[in-house]
Design a protein around this ligand. Sequence first.
Ligand code: ATR
Length: 279
Amino acid sequence: MNYRLGLIGFPIQQSLSPWIHQQFLKQAGLEGDYCLFEIAPDRPFEKEISRVKNEQLDGFNVTVPYKKRIIDCLDDLDEDARAIGAVNTAVQRNGKWIGCNTDWIGYTTGLKHHYPSIFQNTTSSILLIGAGGAARGIFYGLMKEGFTRIDIANRTQSSAEAIAALARTNTHTSVITLQEAENRLAQYDLIVQTTNIGMKPNVTDTIISLEQLHEDSIVSDIVYQPLNTEFLHQASQKGASIHYGHTMLLYQARTAFELWTSKQVPVDDMDEQLKRKLE
Ligand code: ATR
């Protein structure tokens, strides 16, 4: 079988997904290709998606800014995508297009790979910074892993409250301001930065000051361009453990690849390779 895979989004010319999925295809001993379908915001979206579907694809990924908009163009959603309200992977099953979400598992699996110990204590105190689509998936993933203490800090409180509304009965969640997050930083075991602050070209920006950070904390940033964001750089200067953003990219891709091909691929070597590509 010759797998036809791809990515829709805008802009995507610099995407690392083609490289990642070519490596997966090679490792799995499969033939196939992974194409970019860039859809400019001024194009008629539904028409463009019909064109992509006519390419006889077996599956495709969806990235910014279409993870929500794609939902109306699909036949159904799996449980995770429905709960998160966003799709990053579309799979064809019996002629129907099913929307899935692998971002949440990409985040938790990557974190587990690098910091397994934090998963042993589900009452670890977690601070989620940001309340966009990525934050929503990560909150969902952390809850699925059983974590019960997750605060959310965001510039816009109403977006944070919308995520907090997903909380299960045993999950304690407070919505706090960015200023409060800054002041209380020392109380968190894990801090997850999910906004685009610090991304190229504004590499000197950080969403909050890390002055109060405790050295026992793990600090995670989902931005991976640059890999060593100013946020992570300051966290490591404070002696904290850091978790780079490329792992979420890699592990979400692995789960998408498994959904499309039913093949499991090892990612340990690729974690290092991808890191080197971004350094
Ligand atoms: P994604 O899907 O990648 O998470 P998004 O849905 O656009 O992207 O979310 C972007 C996040 O970055 C939001 O938390 C946003 O805060 P608001 O909800 O207040 O908009 C945050 N963000 C973006 N620019 C920001 C800025 N200049 N200051 C503070 N937060 C910012």
